[in-house]
Design a protein around this ligand. Structure first.
Ligand SMILES: [Zn+2]
Length: 374
């Protein structure tokens, strides 16, 4: 049981987190008749029901030593020691966040170490990033007894996996999410156990969905507790504005997902890439590519979803304008490839779309070489 921050009792500060902690203990400890000492709710409010329960508990087990007044529970005093001692073994590590009234159970260090280790050795996360996330898991446990872990799809996602995640869950297409490069994690509170006001326990998921429904400010306080550690030195990670569970290595405000992808495609693919425009309404980057052509002109090829699916928007006229070079036929005589000459055929358009798609496949395989571009 967490030590009270300040005293609880008549005339004491009775902060809601302290009162909730005392109420939770009195709710979980059976009295002489087998009933809990506290008949009322764990609501963080100090009143006659809580005071009466404290009185009965102190009559049974002794109060704080003189000169502490009866009914008063001081931090770490005799009453709190007795409360902590009499809690059921599996409910002993009662905790509460500052200013909150939802009491939760601290988890064993071994759980935190296992969660941290799984992240520390994940080959699909960038080494510098995963070390910081693992440190965060351990720092969070030291500070609050809470265990953070990655959601099942919360680490690196392949481009193919990213293509299956549609708006509004994610507006990022294949190659546009930090998750595609092992520098983002969805890191939540799976397995966190907290108490309903009637003392029943709830085991939550990564997103704290049950707590969010029960008492949203308590869930917000847990995310804030995570971010207080995660976003500051020495961890220094970044969050996104809306996706609360997500943490990443680079600041989205100074990193362009589109320009970073174009630079990455150019570095690992066969052709040169740029962004052509950003469609604000659809929240989509559009890309342009030189098709490895002889004129140096970049032509519009569409969005990542289009290119990844083999449906780049490039036209015969654009292929011509880029000076795309038709490859020599497979199995033909060795020699220099022929330059494309009009007309560009439907087969040529299909070949260009396949090559654009191939550059994306190379970018997926070469994910570890991605670097942020402003
Ligand atoms: Zn995420």
């Amino acid at each position: 049981m967490q030590t009270l921050a300040q005293a609880v009792g008549p005339g004491q500060s009775n902060a809601r987190h302290d009162v909730a902690l005392v109420q939770a203990a009195l709710k979980l400890i059976g009295g002489p008749q087998g009933r809990p000492y506290l008949g009322g709710r764990i609501d963080g409010g100090y009143g006659p029901i809580t005071e009466g329960a404290i009185g009965v508990f102190q009559a049974d087990h002794g109060g704080d030593a003189a000169p502490i007044a009866p009914l008063v529970i001081t931090p770490g005093g005799n009453t709190q020691t007795n409360l902590a001692r009499l809690l059921p073994a599996d409910r002993r590590d009662l905790r509460v966040l500052q200013g909150q009234r939802v009491v939760y159970l601290g988890r064993p260090t071994s759980d935190a170490n296992a969660a941290a280790q799984a992240i520390r050795v994940d080959p699909n996360l960038r080494p510098a990033f995963r070390a910081r996330v693992a440190d965060l898991v351990q720092a969070m446990h030291r500070a609050h007894g809470l265990v953070l872990s990655m959601t099942p799809n919360g680490g690196r996602r392949t481009f193919a996996e990213q293509a299956l995640i549609l708006p509004p869950r994610s507006y990022a297409g294949p190659g546009e999410s930090n998750h595609n490069y092992g520098n983002a994690v969805d890191l939540g509170f799976n397995g966190t156990v907290w108490l309903q006001q009637d003392g029943h326990v709830e085991t939550d998921n990564h997103w704290l969905s049950a707590l969010e429904r029960h008492e949203a400010p308590a869930a917000t306080a847990m995310w804030d507790a995570r971010d207080t550690i995660a976003l500051r030195a020495p961890i220094g990670l970044f969050r996104l504005r809306f996706e609360r569970i997500h943490l990443q290595e680079f600041d989205q405000a100074t990193t362009s997902s589109g320009r970073s992808l174009a630079a990455h495609l150019t570095a690992v693919g066969a052709w040169n890439w740029q962004t052509s425009r950003y469609d604000r309404a659809a929240r989509d980057w559009h890309y342009a590519c030189d098709l490895g052509g002889t004129t140096g002109a970049f032509v519009a090829v569409g969005t990542t979803n289009q290119i990844w699916a083999g449906n780049a928007t490039v036209t015969a006229a654009e292929i011509q304008s880029a000076g795309w070079v038709r490859p020599a036929p497979l199995g033909g005589p060795p020699g220099t490839p022929r330059a494309a000459t009009p007309p560009i055929t439907p087969a040529d358009v299909a070949a260009v779309r396949a090559s654009l798609q191939a550059d994306f496949q190379a970018a997926d395989r070469g994910w570890a070489r991605w670097a942020p571009v402003p």
